[in-house]
Write a protein that binds this ligand. Structure first.
Ligand code: ZN
Length: 225
């Protein structure tokens, strides 16, 4: 579209946004985006996408990424709209625990379908966490009272495992988003265990490693799009 000279063009962006954008288009000091509130930042991001101001796009992406903990859904919606893959996958992880109503209103229907499949992958991973070992498992080795190195048979079977299993299960609350805090869940479980059983300590280490491996295997949201 060519615009005749002297014709006034009304742009939908606010003066603040256009002023910020212009600072990226000319040789002048660039604005400090850390001073912007989130609404202004995302509006600047939208304008940078619309007018393809590449110098502004990259820095907006960085600051939007930093805003994910406070605004995961809005950043995800922005990233999906503009097909920014790394931002999509960064933000998606943080929306696992978001209420469905919010997702339905923030995402396009085909993006929501992809998100549901992604969420299902997280649920499957959570389900595997609970299947690691029988919670009622009782073992006979690994007393802390063993003299010297190695494990020795205990007088009675260890009953600590059920307590540890219950602690992990309880802290996860059946919520896949709690898997994002898995380090803390296992840290507290190890603290509860203390020095009571070396065999249980090894089981906890194996369990955490298996969970972390499972988390790495979850496909990214962008692979469902
Ligand atoms: Zn034990």
């Amino acid at each position: 579209m060519s615009i005749p000279p002297n014709q006034i063009v009304i742009l939908p962006e606010s003066g603040t946004i256009l002023e910020l954008l212009l600072q990226y288009m000319y040789h002048q000091p660039q604005p400090d985006l850390s001073l912007l509130d989130f609404d202004t930042l995302i509006a600047l991001g939208e304008a940078a996408e619309k007018y393809q101001v590449y110098s502004a796009l990259e820095i907006c992406r960085v600051y939007l990424s930093l805003s994910i903990p406070d605004h995961p859904l809005r950043v995800l919606s922005f990233a999906l709209k503009h097909n920014r893959t790394s931002l999509i996958d960064e933000a998606a992880k943080e929306t696992i625990g978001e209420p469905l109503e919010g997702l339905i209103s923030a995402l396009q229907p085909h993006h929501f379908v992809a998100w549901v499949k992604y969420h299902r992958a997280w649920m499957d991973t959570l389900s595997k966490v609970y299947q690691f070992r029988d919670p009622l498992l009782r073992h006979w080795e690994g007393s802390k009272d063993a003299d010297g190195p190695g494990t020795k048979l205990m007088v009675n079977p260890c009953e600590v495992w059920a307590e540890l299993w219950g602690t992990v299960a309880h802290q996860l609350q059946g919520k896949p988003e709690m898997l994002l805090q898995i380090d803390e869940v296992f840290r507290q479980t190890r603290e509860l265990l203390g020095l009571r059983c070396r065999a249980c300590e090894r089981l906890i280490v194996d369990w955490q490693a298996e969970v972390e491996w499972g988390l790495e295997k979850i496909p990214k949201l962008s692979t469902y799009l």
